[in-house]
Design a protein around this ligand. Sequence first.
Ligand code: HEM
Ligand code: HEM
Length: 175
Amino acid sequence: MPTQFNRLAVILHWFSAVLVMLLLFAGSQMLAPLDNSDPMKIGALQGHATLGVLAGLLTLIRIINIRMRGKPAEISPEGSLMARASSIGHKALYLLILAVAGSGMAMAAAVDLPAVIAGQAMLPESFAHLGARSAHGILTKLLALTILGHIAAALYHQFILKDGLISRMRFKRMD
Ligand code: HEM
Ligand code: HEM
């Protein structure tokens, strides 16, 4: 069993971490407040959708990479509450990112975003009538809360338990 995450897992973890936090921030603070009639909206949607699909794809690659190459055993004792919480928390992060990207793509399909970007269709007045919009809103909030819990847990391990958890997700020369 490896003692730390493999190099690809580490690269994808930190790249996805920045990307997903950026999408959460820009989505809620910059994209959603823009009216659909605002001339900036289509460009903002295009950027958000492209990066959002990328976040979903990178998550699929992360899952395949971990399935194929394995990962270190839980740092907390096997079967302990901490080990189970960590395993459930990590699965929840993966599932939430995929569900957020999926609901975003459902919205894009419902309004035919590619045609809107190509100038061949108009955006509806708003996205509010779409079930996928409500799902995207709720799932992004759940994702943000789960990430806060994840960061708090990582800091608790690192600075209170002092078990060197973060070094398992650090770039090392070997591997
Ligand atoms: C400052 C922010 C962050 C820190 C310090 C951090 C730290 C860590 C550490 C140390 C691990 C390895 C845990 C272990 O050894 O069991 C880990 C795993 C993980 N992190 Fe983060 N993380 C951060 C942000 C994020 C964000 C924003 C996301 C979501 C996009 C994320 C998703 C994950 C996932 C899914 C795993 C599990 C990997 C696996 O078991 O497959 N992390 N993180
Ligand atoms: C992990 C990936 C993604 C994250 C973290 C994310 C995040 C967000 C956030 C935080 C909001 C604002 C929610 C609110 O304030 O209620 C939002 C809105 C939105 N997102 Fe995403 N998103 C992602 C992927 C996608 C994808 C792949 C698409 C389309 C292909 C998409 C399309 C949209 C649309 C259309 C809105 C609504 C904008 C509005 O109400 O005017 N998102 N997203």
